[in-house]
Design a protein around this ligand. Sequence first.
Ligand SMILES: Nc1ncnc2c1ncn2[C@@H]1O[C@H](COP(=O)(O)OP(=O)(O)O)[C@@H](O)[C@H]1O
Ligand SMILES: [Mg+2]
Length: 256
Amino acid sequence: MSKIIALFNQAGGVAKTTLTMNLGYHLSMRQHRILLVDIDPQASLTSFMGKEPSSLETTIYDALVPKDDEQFVLPIHKNLHSMDLLPSNIELANAEQELIFAELRELRLSQVLEPVRDNYDLILIDCPPSLGILSHISLVAANYVLVPIQCQFKALKGTDSLLKTVARVRKRLNPQLKIAGFIPTMYQASTSLDNRTLESINEQLGEIATIFPPLPRATAVAEAAELGKPLALCSNKHKLTLQLFDQLAHAMEKMS
Ligand SMILES: Nc1ncnc2c1ncn2[C@@H]1O[C@H](COP(=O)(O)OP(=O)(O)O)[C@@H](O)[C@H]1O
Ligand SMILES: [Mg+2]
């Protein structure tokens, strides 16, 4: 049975999608079978993985919103940079409304993933930047939540509601949900503000879960996403970041 990790923070631009793709890649290099799940209507993960979202006929949306189609097959794209991808596109924005009346809607993503769960060692879910139903069903489906936090002023501002959301999901629907850790991102060691933010992250969140070493801001990381592949497969590598991705992959595979 696979571990399911949701990468979650209701703030946008904190590197959730970047981490999902690169962490997945480093886990696959460690011989794990990996499924990446894009549950963001903005579909950045789908594009980062080299697929054009608007050209896809079926996506996670078709899986989440029940239709009377017994022949429905999950639209999983196989072996993209050694990983599988359940993609998304803008059509998923409709799901928020359409799931309101669906039966057992909170379990929808769990139900969707159940038939393929044994095919993978780890499933990584790239959550949208919101506390809405799509993030909610991701936390219900997951065993772990990994939280990227941007090293910038006010980065900690949203963590209260983030932690409340996790606590609510645990209490009502998924008591097994664990916080895998917090990972500071976009860190610039030369900036005193970033260093102060990093200190606050350690002070305020260190008792709740592991704080992983910060991921530096590096142009090569953004370029890799634009090229539609993991950083490790690009010619312009950023060695420290690759080491940190791999350390994180090691920590994720060890989690029990
Ligand atoms: N370490 C990094 N250094 C520089 N740019 C980064 C880094 N990580 C991510 N980015 C860029 O920042 C933007 C936001 O990242 P993304 O992963 O899409 O965040 P989120 O999914 O949280 O919205 C993207 O353009 C991405 O390429
Ligand atoms: Mg994203």
